[in-house]
Write a protein that binds this ligand. Structure first.
Ligand code: FAD
Length: 437
């Protein structure tokens, strides 16, 4: 669907202002040049600047222009697609435990930064609820909950009554709850990260698209149309919005577009009847209903784009409204105030990858969702690399660039109808009426 205007999003209308920045003009020297001012780039810049490293960030548009400024704002400290044991198996006994430790602490890293720098981004760490849409899903959620308890988290199961109280929905059969989950205004968080990094001495140049990275003696020249940074090391955190500045980087992922919708502010009573403790809710369906509130009481939700869903805003609004009204019968008619969309960088492993582009040049992308904690957390890993931590001691292995397999260009979209079919089959098997859409 291409790049939607960031200006369409709720967050653009409500986020605290960005710090003053300008395009690069001429040549700048730095220890580390960071390409991209999303969570990945900005968290890297912040963690390096805190250690006294001279960092320059080059951003094609503005801080938070990519996924980081336009996502739904859920900050969930879990792996999106794989269980913890599966991640351990996939990454082995060296890297598995390290990335599990970082990812499961991703929200703590983010909220620690928010608190330390007083970032004005509606950030609340009130907990994540994943309710079961069918009784048989409870077993799966229990197993998942247990694996997070095993890594020291105070996760717990909720009974049906407590689930109804926290989600506002009589449709669910119980849930698992992770107290470290939270939510925020994603553009406000991006801008706050930029402000925090600048307060520690990082320089951020916006409207400065990188066109090439070339060797310059033993260093690297990172070029833009209005100037360049010459640095010892280069970190690329350009996510789904990666342009063609390094051969093969864009080919490592496929795009999955996600649409977000926000209602007008709801009454206090209605809001309290839906999320009295201001949690974030992501139900157990593979094509889930997802919701949370913003600071003004707007209900914010998101769906994967597939055909008319997402492509046709009127149809999308009707279908999302019907689904939410089924889940939340008290909701009544909905007036949508904001509708926007953005891209995810999907690759088959879904766990982030560290690409070893050349000696001194690295990239991290392919998050496939969950980027609020993941991008923030990967900033710590990239900062380790830039500080000289040997490859064998990093939280993820360094890998060569590898084009995304062809099936990934169709798989995420093609799988959605299958997931919906499976969700409905599970519900019917359990004697539960599935929601419309
Ligand atoms: C609609 C939507 C909803 C989502 N919901 C959630 C959610 O609720 N929770 C969650 O955890 N995750 C969510 N995600 C995922 C999350 O937003 C992303 O994974 C995360 O923002 C990725 O961060 P990043 O810093 O790696 O990349 P980005 O935020 O995409 O930043 C990359 C930056 O690089 C810049 N760039 C690209 N090329 C160049 C260049 N040549 N020169 C200079 N700069 C360049 C871009 O302009 C951009 O600003 C969602 C994503 C979308 C799109």
């Amino acid at each position: 669907m291409g790049h939607a205007p960031l200006e369409d999003s709720l967050w653009y209308a409500t986020a605290a202002p960005a710090p003053a920045t300008h395009p690069i003009d001429g040549q700048v020297q730095a220890d580390v040049c960071v390409v991209g001012a999303g969570y990945t780039g900005l968290s890297t810049a912040l963690h390096l600047a805190e250690k006294g490293v001279n960092v320059a960030v080059l951003e094609a548009q503005q801080a938070g222009f990519g996924g980081s400024g336009r996502n739904a704002g859920h900050c969930t400290p879990t792996f999106h697609y794989y269980s913890i044991p599966k991640v351990r198996q996939m990454l082995g006994e060296t890297f598995g435990p390290r990335i599990i430790e970082r990812q499961t602490n991703g929200t703590n890293i983010a909220f620690d930064i928010i608190r330390r720098y007083g970032i004005d981004c509606e950030g609340v760490q009130t907990g994540y609820v994943q309710p079961a849409h069918a009784p048989s899903m409870l077993k799966k959620l229990e197993a998942k909950c247990r694996t997070y308890q095993e890594v020291g988290k105070a996760a717990r199961m909720l009974d049906r009554a407590e689930t109804e109280r926290l989600t506002g929905s009589p449709r669910y059969f119980g849930a698992w709850f992770h107290p470290e989950g939270g939510h925020l205004n994603p553009l406000g968080y991006s801008r706050g990260l930029a402000r925090a990094a600048m307060s520690q001495g990082a320089r951020i140049f916006t409207d400065s698209p990188v066109t090439a990275i070339k060797p310059e003696g033993s260093r690297w020249r990172v070029e833009t149309p209005s100037g360049s940074v010459v640095a010892d090391k280069v970190v690329c955190g350009t996510g789904a919005y990666t342009s063609d500045f390094w051969p093969g980087l864009r080919q490592t992922f496929t795009i999955l577009t996600v649409a977000c919708l926000a209602t007008e502010p709801l009454s206090d009573n209605l809001r309290k009847s839906i999320a009295p403790e201001n949690n974030t809710v992501v139900e157990s369906r593979s094509d889930p209903a997802i919701y949370k509130f913003d600071k003004d009481g707007r209900l914010v939700t998101s769906v994967f784009v597939e055909g008319r869903r997402g492509g046709d805003p009127a149809h999308t609004k009707t279908m999302v409204e019907a689904r939410l009204k089924w889940i939340l019968p008290q909701l009544g008619d909905v007036t949508w105030q904001y509708y926007w969309y953005g891209d995810l960088d999907m690759q088959p492993r879904t766990i982030p990858r560290l690409y070893d582009l050349a000696p001194g040049v690295i990239a991290s992308l392919g998050y496939s969702g969950r980027g609020v904690p993941t991008g923030t957390m990967m900033g710590t890993v990239l900062a380790d690399w830039a500080m000289g931590v040997p490859a064998k001691d990093l939280a993820l292995p360094l890998e060569p660039l590898k084009p995304v397999p062809f099936y990934m260009h169709v798989a995420p979209r093609a799988l959605l109808p299958y997931y919906r079919f499976r969700d409905q089959r599970i519900a019917r098997r359990d004697g539960v009426r599935p929601p419309p859409y």
